[in-house]
Design a protein around this ligand. Structure first.
Ligand SMILES: NC(=O)C1=CN([C@@H]2O[C@H](COP(=O)(O)OP(=O)(O)OC[C@H]3O[C@@H](n4cnc5c(N)ncnc54)[C@H](OP(=O)(O)O)[C@@H]3O)[C@@H](O)[C@H]2O)C=CC1
Ligand SMILES: Cc1cn([C@H]2C[C@H](O)[C@@H](COP(=O)(O)OP(=O)(O)O[C@H]3O[C@@H](C)C(=O)[C@@H](O)[C@H]3O)O2)c(=O)[nH]c1=O
Ligand SMILES: [Mg+2]
Length: 283
């Protein structure tokens, strides 16, 4: 059995590489700017299932590079899903809370209307649409605020800035669920395996860490658990202008993921402890 993963260096891909029967493809083996190349890679490996953990994830830069982001996040997953459909194998695509517009304060359900606020969210939504249209046995797993000991993420940014400054201003009106890359990897792997035996479980699902919090709350938790003392001040998004607008409400209802796959929302405070332990050990 082979579970073929697109991505090798990313947060989720690094964690998938630790799991059984996984073969990860780096950019040199499968460049997502060439969707045909991705299809050829699947045909060459003859896998049991495919997980796409590669994506264009630079949210602000995507505003200037939407065409490139749309090929990588939209066309490439579409080509992967069509190839999986032809082979009759499951395909797992990771998507994002940024496909939502972010109004109100109710957790988003998988079938709620989307309305991305920026180019990254639009490109990821294009990927979702192409995957659904391919008619493979697919799972689209939307997650949010991914953190790990590898790669770039909010924990690493806070530790870097917190070492240089006594205080930081952090947005407190964007609410969501920080999610460990390790937990996402385990979940994608489990979903891929379940789809092999139960193709009727195909669909769109949510998976984010609990409890929901603001970026400012998350920053405070990071400093509480680290040895850094850095004072976090709540600010509104309007006081932290960025090229891409982020959704205010990124809460996601993950009940269907539990009901279908028996996978619960992980507590991000445990993920944080694990990541900080990992970073200390490798420092
Ligand atoms: N990061 C987050 O906060 C969130 C991420 N997601 C989604 O989760 C998934 C995993 O994200 P995450 O692990 O954080 O990603 P990272 O940003 O950590 O890594 C992105 C990965 O994609 C690869 N990649 C980018 N462009 C290409 C390309 N043209 N060809 C081949 N590989 C490419 C990168 O390879 P290289 O090193 O060669 O550039 C890298 O391995 C993505 O689908 C993302 O959209 C969803 C919600 C939140
Ligand atoms: C560094 C910093 C950021 N912020 C804010 C900006 C932003 O609203 C929030 C988080 O910053 P980031 O740059 O990590 O956010 P961002 O890169 O937008 O994170 C997103 O990445 C993509 C890939 C996703 O799919 C999303 O789920 C989400 O995780 O914190 C502050 O308020 N103060 C600061 O000092
Ligand atoms: Mg980022």
């Amino acid at each position: 059995m082979t579970i073929l993963v697109f991505g090798q260096t990313g947060q989720v891909a690094c964690e998938l590489a630790q799991l059984p029967d996984v073969v990860c493809l780096g950019r040199d083996e499968a460049d997502l700017t060439s969707p045909e190349n991705c299809s050829a890679a699947i045909l060459a490996h003859k896998p049991t299932a495919v997980i796409n953990a590669a994506a264009y994830t630079a949210v602000d830069k995507a505003e200037e590079e939407e065409t490139l982001a749309t090929v990588v996040n939209g066309e490439a997953p579409g080509a992967m899903a069509r190839t999986c459909a032809n082979l009759g194998i499951p395909f797992v695509q990771i998507s994002t809370d940024y496909v939502f517009k972010g109004g109100g304060d109710a957790p988003w359900l998988p079938n709620d209307p989307t309305g991305p606020l920026g180019a990254y969210g639009r490109s990821k939504l294009a990927g979702e649409q192409q995957v659904r249209a391919a008619d493979s046995v697919y799972a689209i797993l939307r997650t949010s605020w991914v953190v790990s000991a590898h790669g770039n993420n909010f924990i690493k940014t806070m530790l870097r800035l917190g070492a240089e400054r006594d205080g930081l201003n952090v947005v407190a009106d964007q609410i969501g669920g920080p999610t460990g890359a390790k937990e996402i990897a385990t979940t994608c792997h489990a979903i891929a395996m379940q789809l092999v035996s139960s193709p009727n479980k195909a669909g769109t699902y949510h998976f984010s860490g609990a409890p929901d919090c603001s970026w400012a709350d998350f920053a405070r938790a990071i400093f509480d658990q680290s040895d850094l003392s850095c004072n976090v001040t709540d600010i509104p998004s309007s006081a932290y202008p960025t090229p891409a607008v982020r959704p205010l409400n990124s809460r996601m209802d993950c009940n269907a993921t539990f009901e279908t796959f028996d996978i619960e929302r992980p507590d991000w405070r445990d993920s944080l402890t694990d990541i900080l332990t990992n970073l200390r050990a490798t420092a």
